[in-house]
Write a protein that binds this ligand. Structure first.
Ligand code: ATP
Length: 544
């Protein structure tokens, strides 16, 4: 993972947001290559949903919505995670993500300090230090602030005392004045009440709403409160009737949207995987009552095939049937599609059968009918919804992880062994589809043809032109950013070989190569000749 993060920065895929100010936790910027990758991903989702199908229309809702939406949807009351806080470092964690630990727990009832020491929490005076204390000291006094530390099996017991001392120091007591009051120690199995990073006790879980609150207009009172949307879905439910009326679709039909969502995640981590600002690609697929379960399975298959088409093989995606106890309360069935990230198997997309929960809630809360009139049966009813909801950033990260490879290869020029870093993006996703190279920079005939090819390709797809450094180096740089094709204008392009020969890599070259170029394939590093006139059609066939 570290190598991928470093590559992302080095080559301009992803940067830390506000980096020169020390960053902002949970926010990321996509650089020149990252934005192309992300755009290719979103474009392909959009095309798959709204262009290649007749039963889905596109939509782009606002990020800010009437606060009543979030009340009706249940987000104000229930969109929350249980939060715990490390009593030593004050770092916050999601209670349900704490790794269980076993070991010995040391319970301290508090500390004993010289009687003259006042409670740091009730006085602005700094605690007395050094020899001063002896001038006033009487009997030591007990400060009852309970604290506990878990020492994992195999770790020295002394670490419990060290952590406890740090805790009381953090409460304002002076280390040289205190003695710890150990009450007891006992073994514990699989406890989630302690911070796995330092063993310190965690606070009791409290519920923490994940929506980012904001105020609309100049007066910052409760009536001005709304939220940055935590998912894109709600706008599609709220506008269901408008979209239905204008698109003249019959059930089953879907509304698709790509856009930003915001969640005040307790603990953003794993690079872009858990961010506070991210993008979603969501489809709300409205179906006849009773047909939800069937459509849920249909969409599962559709989505798996889609991931395959962007270069994430079926074998790398784990389908989790979310157990009843873990499902969102509105869901009647959910599949999580999980990818094998280097940091664990984690969710890429959730596909949920939401029943008619959302339309019903908004119909009731707004007082506006959101029913569907079925021409065939001449009845009105609320549609059920199946929602495949995918994360753009998580899928970009999966593409980077899936594509990243290091190989030992022979240098194409010198024949020496070296390590090659390559991003094996599918041509469809690759930020740059091809790079055009003149073999030598100082041969105007080669440069002219290469520039000509570049200009011809430029309006059709994302290509680059490079003429500096040896050709082997230029190939390596293109490999590292995942460019699938290299197009090199060489001397054969000008004249064609006078007689049959073989190239440096052993490929036979037939007589007469005029107006052909070397086409180099990133993954196999194979080189073949292709007629200049055939290049556009060839490349387009690989990315459509
Ligand atoms: P998690 O359990 O990982 O928090 P979730 O089940 O809450 O995710 P959903 O509400 O189903 O996620 O959101 C749909 C998709 O949006 C997720 O599958 C994921 O790809 C993306 N997503 C959700 N939260 C984040 C986040 N904090 N950062 C990046 N992507 C996210």
């Amino acid at each position: 993972m570290e190598k991928i993060v470093a590559l992302c920065k080095r080559r301009g895929f992803i940067f830390q947001s506000s980096e020169i100010y020390g960053g902002l936790n949970g926010a990321w910027d996509y650089g020149p290559l990252g934005v192309e990758l992300k755009r290719n991903l979103k474009d392909y989702w959009w095309k798959s949903m709204t262009q290649l199908r007749d039963d889905i229309v596109g939509f782009d809702g606002s990020i800010l919505m009437n606060a009543a939406v979030w009340k009706a949807s249940g987000h104000v009351d229930t969109f929350s995670d249980p939060l715990v806080e490390c009593m030593l470092t004050k770092k916050r964690y999601r209670a349900d993500q704490i790794e269980p630990q076993s070991g010995t727990v040391y319970y301290f009832s508090g500390i004993s300090v010289p009687a003259s020491v006042s409670d740091p929490s009730t006085t602005n005076m700094p605690p007395l230090g050094g020899a001063d204390i002896f001038k006033f000291s009487a009997e030591p006094k007990k400060i009852e602030i309970p604290f506990a530390v878990l020492v994992p099996k195999g770790k020295p017991d002394a670490s419990a005392h060290k952590i406890a001392r740090q805790f009381y120091v953090s409460r304002g007591y002076v280390e040289s004045q205190m003695s710890l009051d150990l009450e007891k120690s006992e073994p514990v199995e699989n406890s989630t009440a302690f911070n796995p990073e330092n063993g310190a006790q965690l606070s009791e879980p409290r519920v923490f709403n994940l929506m980012l609150k904001t105020y609309i207009g100049p007066v910052q009172d409760e009536s001005a409160v709304t939220y940055l949307r935590p998912e894109t879905a709600q706008a599609m439910f709220v506008q269901f009737k408008n979209v239905l009326d204008v698109s003249q679709k019959k059930l089953p039909f879907g509304i698709a949207q790509i856009g930003k969502a915001f969640r005040n995640e307790i603990n953003p981590r794993n690079f872009t995987f858990r961010s506070r600002e991210f993008e979603q690609m969501e489809l709300e697929f409205f179906v006849k009552p009773g047909t939800g379960p069937e459509w849920l399975n249909t969409w599962l298959e559709e989505r798996l095939a889609w991931y395959e088409a962007i270069g994430i093989p079926r074998a790398k995606i784990h389908v989790l049937t979310v157990p009843d106890k873990d499902r969102a309360f509105y869901s009647q069935g959910t599949y999580d599609l999980e990818y094998e990230f280097p940091f664990g198997i984690q969710e890429l997309e959730g596909i949920a059968h939401r029943g008619n929960y959302d339309l019903k809630q908004h119909q009731e809360a707004s007082g506006k009918p959101l029913e569907y009139f079925d021409e065939e049966s001449k009845t009105k009813y609320l549609a059920e919804v199946v929602e495949p909801s995918a994360g753009v950033d998580r899928t970009v990260l999966a593409l980077l992880c899936e594509g990243y490879a290091e190989e030992t290869v022979k240098d194409e020029e010198s024949g020496k062994e070296e390590t090659r870093v390559v991003l094996r993006f599918s041509p469809r996703m690759a930020p740059i589809k091809a790079s055009v190279f003149p073999l030598l920079k100082n041969k105007p005939e080669l440069v002219a043809i290469a520039k000509d090819i570049y200009k011809t390709l430029q309006p059709l797809l994302k290509v680059t032109y490079a003429d500096t450094a040896a050709i082997g180096r230029r190939y390596r740089r293109a490999d590292e950013i995942g460019t699938p094709f290299g197009i090199t204008v060489d001397f054969e392009t000008l004249e064609g070989a006078k007689e049959a020969s073989t190239s440096a890599t052993g490929t036979p070259i037939a007589v007469g190569q005029k107006d052909t170029v070397t086409l180099r394939h990133r993954d196999s590093m194979k080189q073949e000749r292709i007629a200049i006139a055939d290049i556009p059609a060839y490349l387009l066939s690989k990315i459509s």
